[in-house]
Design a protein around this ligand. Sequence first.
Ligand code: M6R
Length: 359
Amino acid sequence: QKNGFRFFMEKEIYEQSDVVSDCMLGRIKDSEINFDEINPSILDGINEIKICACGTSYHAGITSSYLFERLSKIKCSVEVASEFRYKEPLLTTDTLFIVISQSGETADTLEALKMAKNAGLRTLVVCNVDNSSMTRVSDATILTRAGIEKGVASTKAFSTQTVVLWMLSLYFGKIRNSISKEKLQSEVSTLREVPKSLKIEDSIHEKAKRLSKRYLHGHGFFFIGRDVFYPLALEGALKLKEISYLHAEGYPAGEMKHGPIALADPELFTIALMPQNMLYDKIKSNVEELSARDSTICAISPLDFDLADDFIKINKSEHYMLEFFEMLVVLQLLSMEISIRLGNDVDMPRNLAKSVTVE
Ligand code: M6R
Protein backbone atom coordinates (compact mmCIF):
# COMPACT_ATOMS: atom_id res chain seq x y z
CA GLN A 1 0.00 0.00 0.00
CA LYS A 2 2.87 2.33 -0.64
CA ASN A 3 1.20 3.41 -3.87
CA GLY A 4 4.44 3.27 -5.82
CA PHE A 5 6.43 5.21 -3.27
CA ARG A 6 9.64 3.68 -1.88
CA PHE A 7 8.66 4.12 1.74
CA PHE A 8 5.58 4.96 3.77
CA MET A 9 7.34 8.10 4.89
CA GLU A 10 7.65 9.25 1.30
CA LYS A 11 3.99 8.49 0.63
CA GLU A 12 3.02 10.41 3.77
CA ILE A 13 5.15 13.42 2.80
CA TYR A 14 3.36 13.49 -0.55
CA GLU A 15 -0.06 13.09 1.09
CA GLN A 16 0.31 16.25 3.14
CA SER A 17 -1.38 18.53 0.67
CA ASP A 18 -4.53 16.36 0.63
CA VAL A 19 -4.76 15.62 4.34
CA VAL A 20 -4.34 19.26 5.20
CA SER A 21 -7.30 20.03 2.91
CA ASP A 22 -9.29 17.35 4.75
CA CYS A 23 -8.42 18.83 8.09
CA MET A 24 -9.79 22.22 7.01
CA LEU A 25 -12.99 20.75 5.55
CA GLY A 26 -16.10 22.11 7.27
CA ARG A 27 -13.93 24.10 9.66
CA ILE A 28 -13.38 26.94 7.21
CA LYS A 29 -16.54 28.37 5.73
CA ASP A 30 -16.32 31.56 3.64
CA SER A 31 -14.03 33.63 5.77
CA GLU A 32 -15.06 32.10 9.07
CA ILE A 33 -13.47 29.42 11.24
CA ASN A 34 -15.62 27.05 13.23
CA PHE A 35 -15.00 23.96 15.27
CA ASP A 36 -18.33 22.18 15.78
CA GLU A 37 -16.62 19.80 18.20
CA ILE A 38 -15.81 22.50 20.74
CA ASN A 39 -18.01 24.97 22.53
CA PRO A 40 -16.97 28.64 22.56
CA SER A 41 -17.49 28.52 26.34
CA ILE A 42 -14.22 26.54 26.44
CA LEU A 43 -12.55 29.95 26.84
CA ASP A 44 -14.80 31.26 29.62
CA GLY A 45 -12.60 32.43 32.48
CA ILE A 46 -9.41 31.40 30.66
CA ASN A 47 -6.40 33.71 30.86
CA GLU A 48 -3.70 31.39 29.71
CA ILE A 49 -3.00 28.38 27.51
CA LYS A 50 -0.53 25.68 28.49
CA ILE A 51 0.54 23.13 25.87
CA CYS A 52 2.15 19.78 26.63
CA ALA A 53 3.47 17.21 24.14
CA CYS A 54 6.49 15.13 23.10
CA GLY A 55 8.75 14.96 20.04
CA THR A 56 7.30 16.27 16.82
CA SER A 57 4.00 17.09 18.51
CA TYR A 58 5.96 19.29 20.92
CA HIS A 59 7.39 21.15 17.94
CA ALA A 60 3.87 21.76 16.62
CA GLY A 61 3.09 23.05 20.12
CA ILE A 62 5.96 25.54 20.12
CA THR A 63 4.96 26.73 16.64
CA SER A 64 1.41 27.31 17.79
CA SER A 65 2.49 29.21 20.91
CA TYR A 66 3.66 32.04 18.60
CA LEU A 67 0.27 31.94 16.85
CA PHE A 68 -1.84 31.85 20.05
CA GLU A 69 -0.07 34.91 21.41
CA ARG A 70 -0.02 36.72 18.05
CA LEU A 71 -3.54 35.94 16.85
CA SER A 72 -5.63 35.07 19.93
CA LYS A 73 -3.72 37.39 22.27
CA ILE A 74 -3.74 34.71 24.95
CA LYS A 75 -0.63 34.02 27.00
CA CYS A 76 0.75 30.65 25.98
CA SER A 77 3.51 28.38 27.27
CA VAL A 78 4.70 24.99 26.04
CA GLU A 79 6.35 22.15 27.92
CA VAL A 80 7.77 18.75 27.14
CA ALA A 81 5.38 16.35 28.84
CA SER A 82 8.09 14.25 30.55
CA GLU A 83 9.50 17.37 32.24
CA PHE A 84 6.15 18.85 33.12
CA ARG A 85 5.05 15.77 35.04
CA TYR A 86 7.77 15.88 37.64
CA LYS A 87 8.38 19.56 38.15
CA GLU A 88 5.49 20.04 40.56
CA PRO A 89 3.87 22.56 38.24
CA LEU A 90 1.68 25.30 39.62
CA LEU A 91 -1.63 24.86 37.88
CA THR A 92 -4.49 27.33 38.01
CA THR A 93 -8.01 26.80 36.73
CA ASP A 94 -7.86 29.86 34.49
CA THR A 95 -5.55 27.84 32.23
CA LEU A 96 -6.71 25.88 29.21
CA PHE A 97 -4.54 22.79 29.03
CA ILE A 98 -3.90 21.55 25.49
CA VAL A 99 -2.13 18.30 24.69
CA ILE A 100 -1.00 17.39 21.20
CA SER A 101 -0.44 13.82 20.09
CA GLN A 102 -0.55 11.86 16.87
CA SER A 103 -1.28 8.56 18.57
CA GLY A 104 -3.18 9.75 21.63
CA GLU A 105 -1.27 7.09 23.58
CA THR A 106 2.11 8.63 24.47
CA ALA A 107 2.54 7.82 28.16
CA ASP A 108 4.07 11.11 29.33
CA THR A 109 1.54 13.24 27.47
CA LEU A 110 -1.35 11.13 28.72
CA GLU A 111 -0.16 11.41 32.32
CA ALA A 112 0.33 15.18 31.97
CA LEU A 113 -3.24 15.41 30.70
CA LYS A 114 -4.54 13.42 33.67
CA MET A 115 -2.60 15.63 36.07
CA ALA A 116 -4.12 18.77 34.58
CA LYS A 117 -7.58 17.27 34.67
CA ASN A 118 -7.21 16.21 38.29
CA ALA A 119 -6.14 19.74 39.13
CA GLY A 120 -9.46 20.96 37.73
CA LEU A 121 -8.18 22.47 34.49
CA ARG A 122 -10.22 22.47 31.32
CA THR A 123 -8.51 20.16 28.80
CA LEU A 124 -8.37 19.84 25.04
CA VAL A 125 -6.52 17.29 22.92
CA VAL A 126 -5.39 17.76 19.33
CA CYS A 127 -5.08 14.18 18.18
CA ASN A 128 -4.99 11.99 15.08
CA VAL A 129 -6.57 8.86 16.54
CA ASP A 130 -10.21 8.90 17.49
CA ASN A 131 -11.13 7.00 20.62
CA SER A 132 -7.51 6.89 21.79
CA SER A 133 -6.71 7.17 25.49
CA MET A 134 -6.22 10.93 25.35
CA THR A 135 -9.49 11.57 23.55
CA ARG A 136 -11.25 9.56 26.25
CA VAL A 137 -9.69 11.54 29.10
CA SER A 138 -9.84 15.02 27.64
CA ASP A 139 -12.86 17.33 27.97
CA ALA A 140 -12.69 18.18 24.27
CA THR A 141 -11.04 16.74 21.18
CA ILE A 142 -10.04 18.14 17.82
CA LEU A 143 -9.07 15.44 15.34
CA THR A 144 -6.34 16.20 12.84
CA ARG A 145 -7.68 13.83 10.14
CA ALA A 146 -4.24 12.93 8.79
CA GLY A 147 -5.17 9.28 8.27
CA ILE A 148 -2.98 6.43 9.47
CA GLU A 149 0.64 7.45 9.76
CA LYS A 150 2.90 4.41 9.39
CA GLY A 151 6.37 5.91 9.18
CA VAL A 152 7.92 6.23 12.61
CA ALA A 153 9.15 9.65 11.53
CA SER A 154 6.14 11.88 11.84
CA THR A 155 5.36 14.01 8.79
CA LYS A 156 1.70 14.51 7.92
CA ALA A 157 0.76 14.43 11.60
CA PHE A 158 2.91 17.52 12.12
CA SER A 159 1.50 19.49 9.20
CA THR A 160 -2.10 18.77 10.19
CA GLN A 161 -1.42 19.55 13.86
CA THR A 162 0.10 22.87 12.86
CA VAL A 163 -2.83 23.76 10.62
CA VAL A 164 -5.39 22.77 13.29
CA LEU A 165 -3.60 24.84 15.92
CA TRP A 166 -3.32 27.80 13.56
CA MET A 167 -7.07 27.58 12.87
CA LEU A 168 -7.68 27.27 16.60
CA SER A 169 -5.68 30.40 17.34
CA LEU A 170 -7.86 32.27 14.83
CA TYR A 171 -11.01 30.77 16.28
CA PHE A 172 -9.97 31.84 19.78
CA GLY A 173 -9.09 35.28 18.42
CA LYS A 174 -12.60 35.49 17.01
CA ILE A 175 -14.27 34.39 20.27
CA ARG A 176 -12.14 36.84 22.23
CA ASN A 177 -12.62 39.66 19.71
CA SER A 178 -8.88 40.04 19.70
CA ILE A 179 -8.52 39.77 15.95
CA SER A 180 -9.98 42.23 13.45
CA LYS A 181 -12.37 41.04 10.77
CA GLU A 182 -9.91 42.01 8.06
CA LYS A 183 -7.03 40.16 9.69
CA LEU A 184 -9.19 37.06 10.18
CA GLN A 185 -10.24 37.17 6.55
CA SER A 186 -6.72 37.48 5.27
CA GLU A 187 -5.47 34.67 7.57
CA VAL A 188 -8.27 32.42 6.36
CA SER A 189 -7.45 33.08 2.73
CA THR A 190 -3.81 32.23 3.50
CA LEU A 191 -4.91 29.00 5.18
CA ARG A 192 -6.64 28.03 1.97
CA GLU A 193 -3.29 28.32 0.20
CA VAL A 194 -1.56 25.81 2.50
CA PRO A 195 -2.42 22.68 0.45
CA LYS A 196 -0.78 24.33 -2.55
CA SER A 197 2.36 25.13 -0.61
CA LEU A 198 2.57 21.46 0.42
CA LYS A 199 2.46 20.24 -3.18
CA ILE A 200 5.89 18.98 -4.05
CA GLU A 201 7.61 20.20 -7.18
CA ASP A 202 9.86 17.63 -8.90
CA SER A 203 12.72 20.11 -8.93
CA ILE A 204 12.61 20.41 -5.13
CA HIS A 205 12.69 16.66 -4.61
CA GLU A 206 15.53 16.35 -7.15
CA LYS A 207 17.50 19.02 -5.34
CA ALA A 208 17.08 17.21 -2.01
CA LYS A 209 18.27 13.99 -3.67
CA ARG A 210 21.32 15.71 -5.11
CA LEU A 211 22.30 17.37 -1.86
CA SER A 212 21.88 14.14 0.08
CA LYS A 213 24.93 12.74 -1.76
CA ARG A 214 27.27 15.18 -0.03
CA TYR A 215 25.33 15.86 3.11
CA LEU A 216 25.48 12.29 4.35
CA HIS A 217 29.18 13.00 5.02
CA GLY A 218 28.45 15.89 7.37
CA HIS A 219 29.84 15.31 10.85
CA GLY A 220 27.29 17.59 12.45
CA PHE A 221 24.33 19.70 11.47
CA PHE A 222 22.82 22.87 12.82
CA PHE A 223 19.31 23.75 11.78
CA ILE A 224 18.66 27.39 12.54
CA GLY A 225 15.64 29.64 12.33
CA ARG A 226 13.81 32.40 14.15
CA ASP A 227 10.24 32.82 15.32
CA VAL A 228 8.11 29.87 14.07
CA PHE A 229 11.10 28.81 11.98
CA TYR A 230 12.88 27.96 15.22
CA PRO A 231 10.52 25.04 16.08
CA LEU A 232 10.69 24.15 12.38
CA ALA A 233 14.47 23.98 12.77
CA LEU A 234 13.98 21.67 15.78
CA GLU A 235 11.72 19.49 13.68
CA GLY A 236 14.21 19.40 10.77
CA ALA A 237 16.98 18.33 13.14
CA LEU A 238 14.79 15.65 14.76
CA LYS A 239 13.89 14.18 11.36
CA LEU A 240 17.55 13.95 10.37
CA LYS A 241 18.56 12.40 13.70
CA GLU A 242 15.88 9.77 13.85
CA ILE A 243 16.16 8.34 10.36
CA SER A 244 19.74 9.18 9.30
CA TYR A 245 21.42 8.76 12.69
CA LEU A 246 23.47 11.90 12.02
CA HIS A 247 24.07 14.37 14.78
CA ALA A 248 21.85 17.39 14.34
CA GLU A 249 20.71 20.22 16.56
CA GLY A 250 17.98 22.76 16.07
CA TYR A 251 18.79 26.22 17.38
CA PRO A 252 17.22 29.65 17.50
CA ALA A 253 19.49 31.49 15.07
CA GLY A 254 20.12 34.33 17.51
CA GLU A 255 21.51 31.93 20.10
CA MET A 256 24.39 30.69 17.94
CA LYS A 257 26.77 33.37 19.14
CA HIS A 258 26.12 32.36 22.74
CA GLY A 259 28.13 29.19 22.40
CA PRO A 260 27.36 26.88 19.47
CA ILE A 261 29.18 29.03 16.89
CA ALA A 262 32.42 27.79 18.49
CA LEU A 263 31.79 24.52 16.62
CA ALA A 264 31.75 26.16 13.18
CA ASP A 265 34.10 24.64 10.60
CA PRO A 266 33.69 23.50 6.98
CA GLU A 267 32.39 20.10 8.01
CA LEU A 268 29.69 21.57 10.15
CA PHE A 269 26.63 21.90 7.95
CA THR A 270 24.23 24.68 8.75
CA ILE A 271 20.74 24.46 7.34
CA ALA A 272 19.44 28.02 7.52
CA LEU A 273 15.73 28.70 7.29
CA MET A 274 15.47 32.16 5.74
CA PRO A 275 11.90 33.29 5.08
CA GLN A 276 11.53 36.60 3.29
CA ASN A 277 8.85 38.06 5.51
CA MET A 278 9.97 37.10 8.95
CA LEU A 279 13.08 38.73 10.41
CA TYR A 280 15.06 38.17 7.19
CA ASP A 281 17.80 40.67 7.96
CA LYS A 282 18.30 39.24 11.43
CA ILE A 283 18.75 35.66 10.29
CA LYS A 284 20.88 36.84 7.39
CA SER A 285 23.36 38.38 9.78
CA ASN A 286 23.35 35.21 11.93
CA VAL A 287 24.17 33.16 8.82
CA GLU A 288 26.87 35.63 7.75
CA GLU A 289 28.58 35.10 11.09
CA LEU A 290 28.58 31.34 10.54
CA SER A 291 29.80 31.69 6.99
CA ALA A 292 32.67 33.93 8.15
CA ARG A 293 33.74 31.04 10.37
CA ASP A 294 33.69 28.64 7.41
CA SER A 295 30.60 26.61 8.25
CA THR A 296 29.07 25.04 5.15
CA ILE A 297 25.75 26.78 4.62
CA CYS A 298 22.63 25.41 2.98
CA ALA A 299 20.06 28.19 2.79
CA ILE A 300 16.38 27.46 2.25
CA SER A 301 14.76 30.67 1.15
CA PRO A 302 12.67 32.40 -1.50
CA LEU A 303 15.39 35.07 -1.77
CA ASP A 304 18.77 34.53 -3.42
CA PHE A 305 21.57 34.42 -0.90
CA ASP A 306 25.12 34.73 -2.21
CA LEU A 307 26.93 33.41 0.83
CA ALA A 308 25.23 30.01 0.74
CA ASP A 309 27.30 27.02 -0.40
CA ASP A 310 24.04 25.34 -1.35
CA PHE A 311 20.71 26.93 -1.91
CA ILE A 312 17.19 25.53 -2.08
CA LYS A 313 14.86 28.09 -3.52
CA ILE A 314 11.24 27.96 -2.39
CA ASN A 315 8.38 30.00 -3.82
CA LYS A 316 7.85 33.54 -2.65
CA SER A 317 4.77 33.94 -0.44
CA GLU A 318 3.24 36.91 1.21
CA HIS A 319 2.62 35.00 4.44
CA TYR A 320 5.38 33.45 6.52
CA MET A 321 3.31 30.34 7.30
CA LEU A 322 3.23 29.40 3.61
CA GLU A 323 7.02 29.59 3.55
CA PHE A 324 6.97 27.49 6.74
CA PHE A 325 5.13 24.63 5.00
CA GLU A 326 7.28 24.80 1.88
CA MET A 327 10.39 24.55 4.01
CA LEU A 328 8.90 21.72 6.05
CA VAL A 329 8.62 19.57 2.94
CA VAL A 330 12.21 20.35 1.96
CA LEU A 331 13.47 19.30 5.40
CA GLN A 332 11.45 16.09 5.35
CA LEU A 333 12.69 15.15 1.87
CA LEU A 334 16.29 15.98 2.68
CA SER A 335 16.42 13.76 5.75
CA MET A 336 14.60 10.97 3.93
CA GLU A 337 16.98 11.07 0.96
CA ILE A 338 20.04 11.06 3.23
CA SER A 339 18.58 8.11 5.12
CA ILE A 340 17.91 6.19 1.88
CA ARG A 341 21.46 6.78 0.66
CA LEU A 342 22.81 5.51 3.97
CA GLY A 343 20.80 2.33 3.48
CA ASN A 344 18.74 2.82 6.63
CA ASP A 345 15.26 1.54 7.23
CA VAL A 346 13.43 4.83 6.67
CA ASP A 347 10.09 3.68 8.04
CA MET A 348 11.37 1.78 11.05
CA PRO A 349 14.54 3.46 12.29
CA ARG A 350 16.60 1.65 14.89
CA ASN A 351 15.74 2.00 18.59
CA LEU A 352 12.44 3.76 17.95
CA ALA A 353 8.78 2.82 18.20
CA LYS A 354 5.87 4.60 16.57
CA SER A 355 4.10 5.07 19.81
CA VAL A 356 5.89 5.48 23.15
CA THR A 357 3.50 4.01 25.68
CA VAL A 358 6.06 3.63 28.46
CA GLU A 359 7.90 6.35 30.35
O1 M6R B 1 1.99 10.11 19.16
P1 M6R B 1 2.66 11.35 19.68
O2 M6R B 1 2.46 12.51 18.78
O3 M6R B 1 2.27 11.67 21.08
O4 M6R B 1 4.21 11.00 19.66
C1 M6R B 1 5.14 11.88 20.18
C2 M6R B 1 6.53 11.50 19.74
O5 M6R B 1 6.88 10.24 20.22
C3 M6R B 1 6.69 11.52 18.22
O6 M6R B 1 6.33 12.76 17.67
C4 M6R B 1 8.14 11.20 17.81
O7 M6R B 1 8.99 12.23 18.21
C5 M6R B 1 8.24 10.97 16.31
N1 M6R B 1 8.95 9.77 16.02
C6 M6R B 1 8.91 12.07 15.59
O8 M6R B 1 9.04 11.85 14.23
